[in-house]
Design a binder for this molecule. Structure first.
Ligand code: PRX
Length: 658
């Protein structure tokens, strides 16, 4: 399977004219109180970045201060705060213990089975983290070792990740919705020695058998020595003698004292796998001090977060949003973070709003795909609950269409809450482009202005800046503290994917298309590579194609995205079968299930179209542009001059009509 070369022929058609002024009452008590203050700090952050970041870094707790703020001797391998000694778990927990925060809730947890609730104070969370850190040490886990975590959204997930951070082990969290094969790839790539999982997780009343998936995966994961299983559902699971251990039994036998390891600033904190346009998932590696500073500072200023806030991000911790904005950024600020195990609409479509009311949530962060679903379910559901405690809303993960923005503003924020539309990536670690609440005007569908230290530019293929209002490629021209450090085990691919396109200039290429309006606001259009953004989750078309081709009835597959009302983008798979075979209608469902098994339910194609051939150029490249036209129901109008076999197009359209 080959792909067309990436082009930057990205168009935007939306011209949004509505804008909303910041509320003076919000501004009065905001951390940043005026546009001038933002401008001044921003200017300093780009003109004297080292002085700026050094001052900001003073807000973290250090065992030893750094010798050098930025080491840019060997780009793109930047190092921040070299010589410093720090610990992320200490910053999220211990430093609150000698303040009034010690016995306030760090985590408010709401389980899926109705009425199941837990509140974990900072003191208690620290104790649990120390215990699990001791468990890991007893299992022989050393600083730098990788621990795979495959858990549902339960407090033990936070405990496990912070315990890794405490002893300098590198966590690799694998989203609970991923399947066995995805687990195998990720565990093997990281060469994890311990897996932390649960007997099961709840999803819409069903039990997802996580331990069973781990058992199956471990048949092909030779590096794993031990599996720790949290008893979440208490349903019996098979245990392999000598390898498998129970969380509760281990936690009963260890001390609750475990000093946080004094780690180098650049000590790796975690690996998180994300889809690329080709090949296997990329292991994004984040290190300690810069990442912590980025998530701490953006949480403070973008969410205008205070220690007395109850904050809720609805993401799963299996994605970067959960890492940065359920755990590290929020706990390091000493706020209360809400964790919810269930789905937004089970058993009723107002689960989120009930939770907001129950805990008087102040700051709420979710994804456009969820907002579109809420608006479809109707404003009657939020209206049943008291949402008056909310003072700030946020969105992340994909471009938000202005209508969804307006619905969020009116029916959730009741026209009282600023909305921050935050653009960032797994790779960037923290929010990069956003409005600052109370300070900047909001425009539906526009992310806004760069955060401190972020220097974006919109350029053409040659790196020339494109004029205002014109679309181009979004690059970041200077390093920032929370940036990814490398792709785990593959520095060459790191250079190739992010730094080769603008090698001469030394810019980071985001893979996104964007344009800037007359006020300097950035509008993000979406990916320009072969990555589809399904419900805010990145999937490589290549991954889905590989999964399809691994099924015996498929000879070739091409996958494209198309606009989808709820998910943002849907997945359309064009599948060709071996000559002489005739696919049946029920094969479509079989293939959908096959992809779910290979990758996970999120990757199931929404449409499958059988064809006896795929449209290709003379050099054998699949013409995805034409397939996108067909998937969107448009006539393939673009340039077809290099199409090898015109009859293929006609036949594909026929398939569409049947
Ligand atoms: O295309 C952009 C889109 O999501 C991509 C990053 O995906 P991921 O690494 O999974 O991280 C998601 C959560 C940070 C980006 O390259 N994206 C993310 N936020 C926005 C967005 N597109 C438009 N507007 C946003 N606010």
């Amino acid at each position: 399977m080959t792909t067309e070369t990436v082009t930057t022929s990205i168009d935007h058609v939306l011209e949004e004219t509505r804008h909303f002024a910041p509320d003076p009452a919000f501004r009065e008590r905001a951390h940043i109180k005026s546009r001038e203050e933002y401008e001044r700090l921003y200017r300093e952050s780009v003109e004297q970045p080292e002085a700026f970041w050094a001052r900001m870094a003073e807000e973290l707790a250090w065992f030893k201060k750094w010798d050098r703020v930025l080491n840019d001797d060997t780009p793109p391998f930047y190092k921040w705060f070299e010589g410093g000694k720090i610990n992320a778990s200490y910053n999220c927990l211990d430093r609150h213990l000698d303040t009034w925060r010690k016995n306030k809730a760090a985590i408010i947890w709401e389980g899926e089975p109705y009425g199941e609730r837990r509140m974990v104070t900072y003191r208690e969370l620290q104790r649990q983290v120390c215990k699990f850190a001791n468990v890991l040490k007893n299992l022989g886990v050393k600083p730098g070792d990788r621990v795979a975590i495959y858990l549902p959204m339960i407090p033990e997930l936070a405990v496990a990740m912070l315990a890794c951070a405490r002893i300098g082990a590198v966590h690799s969290i694998i989203f609970g919705g991923f399947s066995v094969n995805a687990l195998i790839d990720r565990i093997n790539d990281a060469e994890a020695t311990v897996v932390v999982t649960a007997d099961g997780g709840y999803r819409r009343g069903e039990i997802v058998e996580l331990k069973k998936a781990v058992d199956e995966a471990l048949l092909k994961c030779p590096t794993v020595r031990n599996v720790v299983t949290v008893e979440r559902t208490k349903k019996p699971v098979s245990m392999v003698h000598g390898r498998d251990l129970l969380w509760s039994e281990l936690m009963d036998t260890v001390s609750d004292v475990c000093p946080a390891e004094e780690l180098d600033s650049e000590h790796p904190l975690y690996i998180l796998y994300t889809s690329g346009s080709t090949g296997k998932p990329k292991g994004i590696l984040h290190s300690t001090a810069g990442y912590l500073l980025g998530t701490y500072l953006t949480s403070k200023y973008v969410f205008d977060l205070r220690e007395e806030d109850t904050y809720w991000c609805t993401a799963d911790i299996g994605w970067v949003t959960g890492h940065s904005y359920i755990i590290y950024g929020i706990l390091s600020n000493g706020a209360t973070t809400v964790m919810y195990e269930g789905a937004p609409n089970f058993p009723t479509p107002d689960q989120f709003w009930q939770i907001c009311e129950r805990y008087s949530v102040n700051v709420f962060y979710t994804a456009p795909t969820a907002i579109r679903a809420f608006s479809k379910w109707g404003e009657g559901w939020p209206a049943r609950n008291d949402l008056s405690s909310l003072r700030l809303l946020g969105t992340v993960g994909e471009p938000i269409n202005p209508e969804a923005w307006m619905w969020y503003y009116q029916h959730i924020g009741q026209q009282n809450c600023p909305i921050v539309d935050t653009w960032w990536q797994t790779e960037t670690g923290a929010i990069m482009i956003t409005t600052l609440p109370g300070v900047m005007e909001m425009k539906p569908g526009s992310a806004g202005l760069p955060f401190f230290g972020v220097q974006p530019r919109i350029v053409d293929e040659e790196g020339n800046e494109v004029p205002e209002g014109q679309s181009g490629l979004l690059v970041i021209t200077h390093p920032w503290p929370s940036m990814l450090r490398t792709l785990y085990g593959d520095p060459e691919r790191f250079k190739e994917v992010y730094w080769s396109k603008f090698e001469k200039q030394g810019w980071y290429f985001t893979g996104d298309g964007a344009y800037k309006d007359k006020d300097g606001y950035y509008m993000i259009i979406g990916r320009i590579d072969d990555v589809i953004n399904v419900s805010g989750h990145r999937l490589g078309t290549m991954e889905v194609e590989s999964a399809l081709v691994s099924h015996p009835i498929v000879s070739e597959a091409a996958v494209v995205g198309y606009p989808h009302e709820i998910k943002g983008q849907g997945i359309c798979a064009f599948v060709s079968v071996p000559v002489g075979t005739t696919p049946k209608e029920e094969d479509k469902e079989k293939l959908r299930e096959h992809v779910a098994k290979e990758i996970g339910a999120i990757a199931k194609p929404d449409q499958i179209r059988f064809t006896d051939a795929l449209p290709k150029t003379r050099s054998g490249k699949i013409m995805r542009r034409l397939l996108r036209d067909i998937a969107e129901g448009r006539d393939a109008t673009g340039d077809t001059s290099t199409l090898e076999d015109f009859t293929v197009l006609a036949r594909l359209r026929e398939e569409q009509e049947t």
